[in-house]
Design a protein around this ligand. Structure first.
Ligand code: GLC
Length: 600
């Protein structure tokens, strides 16, 4: 990919992201450096040797900025400060420096669609009058059919719903105590949407980019990249009904108002679990978002070295997603089609082909993602009766996964994703084979989606549980040595004990050692820079997914019977849990297993 705006005399870029393996750190839950039960930046620094040994190329840190934590930091009150929960700017600088010394790039999260309601801008907007420049930074409107200035607008300006449940509008009380304007929040009430037509907003976010680029950040993960621009006039949306009703079954009977344990004061009518990808809507994937990313691309190009952006954009189809990675926009976008395919050879093959094709059409690398902090962990999803479902959280009264089956499939899926050309994203703990915590008590749940839907949506806490580092330590060693004060902020399930990093380190056949081996193999064979050709034995309808990447043949068996090892090939690596360093004698690929093969 070349950038038309970069002068030709700039040093050649390595475009490291093209094949990078990026490890997502959810700072609250990675490692606790000061023993207060909450992960922090010192914890990250402390564990950098582990990440280097794992063999990843880069880290992406979910938000650690100043925030009231109404949405675990995706509600930013100050884009230029570290929240004391996570440490200080000095801690960030130290972490970044140490990561760079170890050859690891650092991607930070940028949350441009909304701020926290505790951001100084929103506070100023509340104090200012309707129509003021302060209100102009957000999306304030009068109530529907309101006679201007009469204060009688008791209906929301349009019918949009919050992604987290309930209306997408809240009404404020004006400084004089009268019922006032409404503001838009596509997420929680504490996450007011910014007005991206406002030049001050545009300038501020450029300045935030420069702030972190100046500190040495290598890139940005752009939150809700498809949401910044709204259709002019903010029209009602007929798709709202589908979004609210959803297609999947209702999870449970809604409880009466206020009944849910820990009910949020803003609790609203529950709605059903729905797909995270919506049909065309007036608030997502508007063409105008691309002007913003062209602008940011120019900001990044002012810097030496290779800086990048990756879009979090839940859009369909793959061609629409590819528009975010045109040569003068972002460098990557998360491939959620691959994540949503589940454990199913046909669905996965379709997703692989469509995404490679779409990415190639704009000259961008594909990305491969199986889990993140918003989704049920894939070893759990793959252990459900239908391993292609995408539940929005799992509670004790829901179907529980077959954990051994799920883990076997997760390991097999990892071997597939790591052998595909492009860049791969890992979510912290997947290298340990961690499952979702599916039995968290309601009182422990913190995700606003759980509270805003009064439990109709279980939410994302189950994939955000603090990591187990040491089996025989309080909190499974979540607090780094010597700092064993408070319990981890979310309770850990007992199943985490045997999966703790110290139980897997150096143990042949463990998931941790499998990840280390796969990453080393991928790097040595430059699989991320390779290309895919479906193999002769590729037969997804029979559960066999098989492709060549350079000299490596990858065969995943999703079927019901073992698959023969193709003639003339030997297995060099297998996802099967049996410990072995020599697979060459194998002549069959068991079900729920992926192998790498090379010619004899
Ligand atoms: C993104 C984040 C998610 C957050 C939401 C609102 O989808 O990944 O965690 O809740 O944006 O910022």
């Amino acid at each position: 990919m070349s950038n038309p705006d970069v002068p030709a005399d700039r040093p050649a870029r390595s475009e490291w992201w093209t094949d990078a393996v990026v490890y997502q750190i959810y700072p609250r839950s990675f490692a606790d450096g000061n023993g207060d039960g909450m992960g922090d930046l010192r914890g990250v620094t402390d564990r950098l040797p582990y990440l280097q040994q794992l063999g990843v190329d880069a880290l992406w840190l979910s938000p650690f900025y100043k925030s009231p934590q109404a949405d675990a930091g995706y509600d930013v009150a100050d884009y230029r400060h570290v929240d004391p929960l996570f440490g200080s700017l000095e801690d960030f600088d130290a972490m970044l420096q140490e990561a760079h010394q170890r050859g690891l790039k650092v991607i930070v999260d940028l949350v441009p669609n909304h701020t926290s309601d505790e951001h100084v801008w929103f506070q100023e907007a509340l104090a200012a009058a309707p129509g003021s420049p302060e209100r102009g930074r957000y999306i304030f409107r009068q109530g529907k059919d309101e006679v201007p200035g009469s204060g009688d607008g008791d209906r929301a300006p349009n019918n949009w719903k919050s992604i987290f449940g309930g209306p997408a509008w809240s009404r404020i009380t004006e400084a004089d105590g009268s019922p006032g304007e409404w503001y838009l929040h596509l997420f929680d009430t504490k996450q007011p949407d910014l007005n991206w037509e406002n030049t001050e907003v545009q300038e501020e976010m450029r300045s935030v980019l420069r702030f972190w680029l100046d500190r040495g950040a290598d890139g940005f993960r752009v939150d809700v990249a498809h949401g910044l621009v709204k259709e002019p006039g903010l029209p009602d949306w007929e798709g709202v009904a589908a979004m609210v009703e959803g297609t999947p079954e209702v999870r449970r009977e809604p409880s009466p108002p206020g009944d849910a344990p820990g009910a949020h004061p803003d609790a609203v009518e529950p709605h059903r679990a729905v797909s995270p990808v919506y049909p065309p809507s007036p608030f997502f994937d508007q063409d105008g978002v691309h002007d913003i990313y062209r602008d940011w691309n120019r900001v990044l190009a002012e810097y030496d070295g290779d800086r990048m952006m990756v879009a979090e954009a839940w859009v369909e189809p793959a061609e629409r997603l590819a528009r975010y990675t045109r040569p003068d926009e972002m460098q990557q976008a998360f491939n959620f089609d691959f994540l949503l395919a589940g454990w199913d050879a046909e669905r996965m093959a379709v997703a692989i082909e469509a995404s490679l094709e779409a990415a190639a059409s704009v000259g961008a690398p594909c990305t491969w993602v199986l889990s993140n902090h918003d989704t049920v962990r894939h070893p759990t999803r793959f252990g459900l009766k239908d391993p292609t479902t995408f539940p929005k959280g799992i509670a004790s009264e829901d179907e529980q996964p077959d954990s051994a089956l799920g883990l076997a499939r997760a390991r097999a899926a990892t071997l597939i994703s790591m052998a595909l050309p492009g860049s791969a994203y890992l979510y912290q703990g997947e290298e340990l084979g961690l499952p979702e915590h599916t039995t968290l008590p309601a009182e422990a749940r913190q995700d606003p989606t759980f509270h805003r839907t009064r439990g109709a949506e279980i939410g994302r806490d189950g994939c955000r549980v603090p990591l187990p580092w040491t089996q025989d330590a309080p909190g499974y060693g979540f607090a780094v040595s010597g700092n064993t004060g408070a319990a981890p902020w979310l309770p850990q399930p007992e199943s985490f004990g045997p999966l703790a990093a110290d139980q897997q380190d150096g143990v042949e056949g463990s998931t941790l050692e499998l990840y280390r081996a796969v990453l080393a193999f991928r790097s040595a064979r430059k699989l991320g820079r390779g290309s895919l050709a479906w193999a002769e034995v590729h037969a997804p309808e029979s559960g066999v997914l098989a492709f060549h990447n350079g000299e490596v043949l990858v065969l995943g068996n999703f079927g019901f019977a073992s698959a023969p090892v193709p003639e003339g090939y030997s297995v060099v690596l297998s996802s099967a849990p049996e410990p072995s360093s020599d697979w060459s004698g194998l002549d069959e690929v068991p079900v729920d297993c992926t192998v790498y093969l090379t010619r004899d």
